[in-house]
Ligand binder design. Sequence first.
Ligand code: SF4
Length: 470
Amino acid sequence: MLAEIKGLNEECGVFAIWGHEKAAEMTYYGLHALQHRGQEGAGIVTTDGEKLHTHKGVGLINDVFSTGEVSRLQGHAAIGHVRYATQGGGGFENVQPLVFRSQTTSMALAHNGNLVNAHALKSQLEAQGSILQTTSDTEVIAHLVKRSGNVPMEDAISSALSMIKGAYAFSILTEDQLFIGLDPRGLRPLSIGRLGDAYVVASETCAFDLIGATYEREVKPGELIIIDENGFRTKQFTSPLERTLCSMEYVYFSRPDSDLNEKNVHASRKTMGKQLAIESKVEADVVTGVPDSSISAAIGFSEEAGIPYELGLIKNRYVGRTFIQPSQELREQGVKMKLSAVRGIVEGKRVVMVDDSIVRGTTSRRIVRLLKEAGATEVHVRIASPPIQNPCYYGIDTSTTGELIAANHSIEEMREIIGADSLSFLSTEGLEASIVEGRDRQQHGVCQACFTGNYPTEIYPDTVIPAYKE
Ligand code: SF4
């Protein structure tokens, strides 16, 4: 499904490279592959060994780097970032990487995730005299690092990491070092690759493919990687806990050509579709998936159910993004502009419509109507994830509980609201099995908190759910 019409949004994508003469250019291309993770701002910071060079701005990569800025970013190492804007935080000052300059060492920081104790840390920092310039959690990390005083950067970062809690995958670039880190549960994805002699790091492996890099391994939960003129070294800043990588990355956010924690996203989605067909059989003539992220699950469903897969819905490209349109009515029109039902495929047919998730239900209702208007005699909605009943505190916008249809209605009520002939969801066991598939949970487990309410970290009364703009 399209992020902007569903109401689910990934917060960020990070990319880093060390030891390449075209570091900025490689980062630019890497960020292109991660553009789906955030379209509101982009930035690159490079180092030439003596000085950091920065360019960033609000908008898509192509808009931000439209007039030769990439060639002006000198250096052999770079970090880059794409972000989705939070409410009140969409301005230029929050576009990452954030750069902090001092007389000794400057530092650029890019981060994906959300800190569950950011509020308490901000209050603490302000009480101690720090002046925070942005609303971003990233700045909190930077202040904690700076507060350690005149100690080696590696120790300052380790000390900062011992204070923050939640989900974070980050890169920090100084004039002469690159640091990469992942939270103790590995809630967000982060992989390491090689491009010749250079090291590359990205939120998703699709960024490696685009620049011709080869995948090496995952960044481990609780790991801090240091790359500098002495090479690559690594340490655990804390003992790794059982891995709880975000299952929504597999369901919806990540690109199907990416491998997350050594599991391909398309293959996982296909298995989810198969499992869904096992769990909720239905008599029908065709299976169709809501483009783009539901196609893999729809193919799996079709294979398992023995019902032909058809392109019953197609996406209209080049339509303006829905979330900039203010009203519900206009949002619904946006959906109509973006998706079309193929009359020749669905007319007179009983259709299984596979989608990856339901957030508010508005989009599902609109798509069911599209299919019926195009002549489908029955529309059976099959969702390749469990009902989303809880907010996410880890950097994904799943909306607030009040907006989540599954938090406020039974499945039968939801079926009626969206106008489907039947509605079923994948079970939490089925989702976990589709991703983990007999692998060791300690290393390959997933977070399902927005479905189950079992959060893998502490949640504090003042933990802020990122409030995203509509
Ligand atoms: S709560 Fe849901 S969206 Fe958030 S990290 Fe966990 S699985 Fe992902």
